[in-house]
Ligand binder design. Structure first.
Ligand code: OAD
Ligand code: ZN
Length: 322
């Protein structure tokens, strides 16, 4: 082959958009629905955050104006996350209890997004649902606990920090709502809802299956999270390269562009490998990442409609609410 021909071939090669991954006809909700309908997704992983509970009435953390972290200037913290650290909790429990009150004020109802993994599980195509949420709403939606990992713990149960006696948060709810620090009936220690604080170790059990699940999943659905708190941002990078990933969220997060921006001028520090694993929405070489913006509940409903599972989905919700 002469040089001219070689050059032409190379040029053609690099200017040709790579094909989408097998089974994914387009980078939108329809494409993902087709991928599932055609039997390509049998091991779906869901990663979710506070955004999925906003329509249930619980604010998220970081949305400007409405997020819980908007309301804590009064504590004069250098950054809002301090409120959820063990270090700060040991110094002063009041801001913690004040902030989590909202989770106990009402009997919140699950949103359509909480029912999505329940539906997938019924269809036998859910591998696992990982959530950062502590609000117990997946369980209220009837998701089988074997399929749920609550990474940041749960508001449902509580433990005495001194003698480890277990409580149901229901038992100490009135104290918390009345601005009292709940105390253990045995040892008078402080009882804390089982929310994982920033410098607590995450339980080993959570990591046990993680590698296996991410290596074996065939679809990743990420929703309602800003991907600001590890280990979730790293987790989106773990599925194999031929696995479609869909982000259903108000804003784009976890993208290669965000990473470029964050490390502006220090590009050298990121290995190509790591950068290449971030979401590639809009990128010339994107073969599998779908971003669906706007209200996530509408988009979840849209996905279910595209799947043709709307009636089953609605029945599932109605039966659970009976
Ligand atoms: P964030 O509040 O950081 O992010 C919520 C995301 O959901 C944002 O990207 C919003 O734009 C999006 N969102 C909110 N409502 C939405 C809607 N109706 N439709 C579409 N998108 C919507 O919440 P997390 O990422 O879950 O830690 O936060 C992670 C952790 O930070 C929390 O688990 C918490 C906090 O510190 C603990 O509780 C220990
Ligand atoms: Zn105790």
């Amino acid at each position: 082959m002469n040089n001219q021909k070689k050059k032409e071939l190379i040029k053609k090669h690099i200017s040709e958009k790579p094909k989408l991954v097998k089974g994914l006809p387009s980078l939108d909700i329809k494409g993902i629905a087709n991928y599932i309908k055609n039997g390509n997704a049998k091991k779906i992983l869901i990663l979710s955050g506070a955004g999925i509970s906003v329509s249930s009435g619980i604010p998220d953390f970081r949305s400007p104006n409405t997020g819980l972290y908007n309301n804590i200037q009064k504590y004069n913290l250098s950054k809002p996350e301090l409120l959820f650290t063990r270090f700060y909790f040991n110094l002063n429990q009041k801001p913690f209890f004040d902030t989590i009150k909202i989770f106990l004020e009402k009997d919140y109802k699950p949103s359509p997004a909480h029912y999505l993994p329940v539906l997938f599980n019924k269809k036998g195509i859910l591998l696992k649902c990982y959530t950062q949420n502590i609000d117990n709403l997946y369980k209220k939606a009837g998701l089988n606990e074997d399929y749920l990992i609550e990474f940041h713990g749960t508001i449902k149960n509580s433990t005495c920090r001194k003698c480890n006696k277990k409580y149901l948060t229901e038992e100490i709810k009135n104290d918390i709502l009345n601005n009292l620090i709940p105390k253990c009936t045995i040892c008078n220690g402080i009882i804390q809802p089982d929310i994982v604080l920033y410098d607590d170790d995450l339980p080993e059990k959570m990591f046990e299956e993680l590698d296996y699940n991410f290596q074996n999943c065939d679809l990743l659905i990420v929703m309602g999270t800003s991907l600001k708190v590890e280990p979730f941002p790293g987790m989106i990078e773990d599925p194999k390269d031929n696995v479609p990933r869909i982000l259903i969220n108000n804003e784009i997060v976890g993208s290669y562009e965000e990473e470029l921006e964050e490390r502006n001028g220090k590009l050298i520090e990121i290995s190509k490998e790591r950068l290449s694993k971030k979401f590639k929405f809009g990128h010339f070489f994107n073969t599998r990442d779908v971003f669906v913006g706007g209200d996530l509940q509408n988009n979840v409903i849209e996905l279910v409609k595209e799947l043709g599972w709307e009636d089953e989905f609605n029945n599932l919700i109605d039966n659970n609410n009976k």
